[in-house]
Design a protein around this ligand. Structure first.
Ligand code: SME
Length: 156
């Protein structure tokens, strides 16, 4: 990507438009997944895990774009997603072969970023992005995705 910051600024505007659409929350999350996967070359799987209201120590797979995954439910603490659920902070794994607490979705995945979503200070879910490249994520991805997480929390 030529200039990440400028591209991310453009995508933020498009995501603002998607968030304001008069449609369901799940449809908006689907559209955001699709936009991010299509527009950021190294985002190869983009999806959401949401806290299960009936079982608040577990995440359930929400809308996503990319290969189907067997990890449709993830207990807190398990994998990168479950770790983020526990600590409420962004985790970047630049090389998944080096991460012992990792749940593999596909052998093509080399790296992952998971960004928590909060509503009124409470952890409600997360954005999960896998890449087929090693170490593609920078501070700019974190800043961008935290802004997206903030916009999404307004839907809940
Ligand atoms: N790799 C994740 C599991 C979810 S898949 O990437 C879609 C993890 O370790 O939690």
């Amino acid at each position: 990507m030529m200039n990440k910051s400028i591209r991310f600024q453009e995508l933020e505007i498009l995501i603002d438009e998607l968030v304001q659409e008069q449609t369901s929350m799940l449809m908006i999350l689907q559209n955001i997944s699709k936009l991010l996967k299509e527009e950021v070359e190294y985002y190869d799987w983009v999806g959401f895990y949401l806290v299960d209201k009936n079982n608040p120590d577990e995440l359930i797979l929400g809308p996503f774009e990319g290969s189907p995954t067997e990890h449709t439910r993830i207990p807190f603490g398990q994998g990168v997603c479950g770790q983020v659920a526990n600590i409420g902070k962004v985790i970047i794994v630049q090389d998944v072969s080096q991460e012992h607490n990792y749940l593999s979705c596909s052998i093509d995945v080399q790296s992952e970023i998971v960004v928590p979503i909060f509503k009124d200070g409470k952890f409600i879910g997360e954005i999960d992005i896998d890449s087929h490249k090693k170490a593609p994520f920078t501070k700019e991805d974190t800043v961008f995705l935290e802004k997206i997480a903030q916009k999404i929390s307004e839907l809940f």
